[in-house]
Design a binder for this molecule. Structure first.
Ligand code: HEC
Length: 167
């Protein structure tokens, strides 16, 4: 009888120990995975930002940043009240959407991936800079070379993100 009880306690102890070890192992493993994910995410963001700084930033500074962040270089017609109102609301609205004044990832919008998708969309559809803007500044339209460079950057960057997701 005593033997049976002893056996019962012993088996339970063994079970408990095995259970604890497996849980601990899982947690450990999980923590490691998460750290690895965060590290990879950081590496991708760094890579995308490098390519942004090297190839895209000057384009955005010339063609986008008047509305999307930083100091606004106001045009001469800013002094007309109707224009001032339009420009102010444009700048406020554009900044709310995306702020290009710092490096990538940008402030003010969605995830880095969503930002890349939104940029790729407006650039391929030709909706940014907005018509009402470039109609007054012909030189602020993006040209074909710039369009290609931006789309190359967004598609290569989005590729990095999806490669990581497939792993
Ligand atoms: C005259 C000001 C102005 C300029 C210049 C401008 N934008 Fe915008 N942008 C806006 C405004 C206003 C919005 C928000 C409302 C809208 O979508 O029209 C916006 C929104 C966006 C969005 C977000 C769209 C979404 O889905 O939320 C993207 C992406 C964008 N702009 C990219 C650019 C890029 C890239 C350039 C330069 C090539 C640029 N913009 C130049 C005013 C501007």
């Amino acid at each position: 009888m005593q033997n049976k009880i002893l056996k019962f306690i012993l088996w339970n102890l063994i079970f408990l120990v095995i259970y604890k070890i497996s849980v601990a192992h899982e947690n450990h493993h999980h923590g490691k995975e998460e750290r690895k994910d965060a590290k990879n995410q950081g590496l991708i963001l760094g890579k995308v930002n490098n390519s942004y700084l090297n190839n895209i930033k000057t384009i955005f500074e010339r063609k986008c940043i008047n509305c999307h962040g930083g100091q606004t270089g106001y045009p001469w017609y800013y002094k007309f009240p109707f224009a001032k109102g339009l420009i102010d609301s444009d700048v406020a609205e554009a900044k709310k959407h995306l702020d290009f004044s710092k490096g990538f990832p940008f402030k003010g919008h969605g995830t880095p991936k969503e930002d890349l998708e939104a940029i790729s969309k407006v650039v391929s559809e030709g909706t940014m800079p907005p018509f009402r803007y470039w109609v007054l500044h012909w030189d602020h339209r993006i040209n074909e070379a710039e369009r290609k460079a931006i789309l190359k950057w967004t598609s290569e960057s989005l590729n990095e993100f999806s490669k990581e997701q497939k792993k």
